[in-house]
Write a protein that binds this ligand. Structure first.
Ligand SMILES: Nc1ncnc2c1ncn2[C@@H]1O[C@H](COP(=O)(O)OP(=O)(O)OP(=O)(O)O)[C@@H](O)[C@H]1O
Length: 240
């Protein structure tokens, strides 16, 4: 399988604080890769650097064989940040149309992508409401729809299911797995939710800016003699 994302010896500090320390990893095309770790571990900093929103102090990141940051990659990376960047005075549909217009999509494609993404996140009925009238969960769902709007090859989702009810969380995961299997999308997800970790093909556990362990869910459970992911995480932290 081809490598879609390659991270080589990436370090980053904010002031005196080392937030990422010598991170090396590669992510294969058509896989779901999870970054798991406690609050403040450095997950968001890492995903922002993959997207090209922040620069490493040392090391390099390549996405689809291009060095990041690179404007050409914007079409190919869908990013859902932790905080929603939405236009509150616009309706859900206007938000989607605006973000779709930033990409190389014709009118018919924009219409088709809005219908697909809104349906995926269960917002079709609410598209004509202004975003200021949306609940927190609806805003998260709209942000997820926006991340998918240009049909990117790579999806980078920073805690996408926070504030989303279990039923919709289930259907979103089903779709992420379909996107991976049928469309070969590469998906990076950060999460605190250990049962989501189990759905990833590969996991990197991050703590204090370092990858403390990585592998498939099965490999990690075997390595740490754990029956579930909470245990893997606790045991991995102890053995650091
Ligand atoms: N722009 C910044 N300036 C200074 N410190 C920062 C900045 N961004 C992040 N940090 C610090 O870097 C560390 C890692 O933050 P980061 O947001 O990457 O963690 P995280 O693993 O994503 O946490 P969470 O799960 O809570 O989102 C934290 O200590 C945070 O306070």
């Amino acid at each position: 399988m081809k490598e879609t994302i390659s991270i080589q010896k990436v370090s980053k500090r904010f002031g005196n604080k080392v937030v990422l320390n010598d991170i090396d990893l590669s992510i294969k095309k058509g896989s779901i890769y999870g970054f798991i770790g406690p609050s403040g571990a450095g997950k968001t900093t890492l995903v922002k650097m993959i997207v090209g929103m922040d620069k490493p102090d040392h090391g390099a990141i390549h996405v689809l064989n291009e060095k990041v940051p690179n404007l050409r990659l914007l079409q190919e990376i869908g990013y859902m940040a932790q905080s929603d960047a939405l236009y509150a005075e616009l309706t859900g549909k206007e938000n989607l149309t605006f973000f779709a217009s930033l990409y190389k999509l014709n009118k018919a494609e924009i219409k088709e992508r809005i219908a697909y993404t809104a349906n995926l996140v269960n917002l079709t009925e609410h598209l004509s409401k202004k975003v200021l009238a949306y609940s927190g969960g609806m805003k998260r769902r709209l942000s997820l729809a926006i991340a998918l709007i240009q049909n990117p090859q790579i999806l980078i989702l920073d805690e996408p299911t926070v504030g989303i009810d279990p039923e919709l969380r289930f259907s979103i995961w089903k779709e992420l797995i379909r996107l991976k299997e049928q469309e070969g999308k590469t998906i990076i997800i950060t999460t605190h939710v250990m049962d989501e970790a189990e759905k990833c093909d590969h996991i990197a556990m991050i703590r204090d800016g370092a990858i403390i362990t990585s592998g498939t869910p099965q490999e990690l459970k075997e390595q740490y003699k754990a029956s579930n992911f909470d245990e893997v995480f606790l045991n991995a932290g102890r053995k650091k």
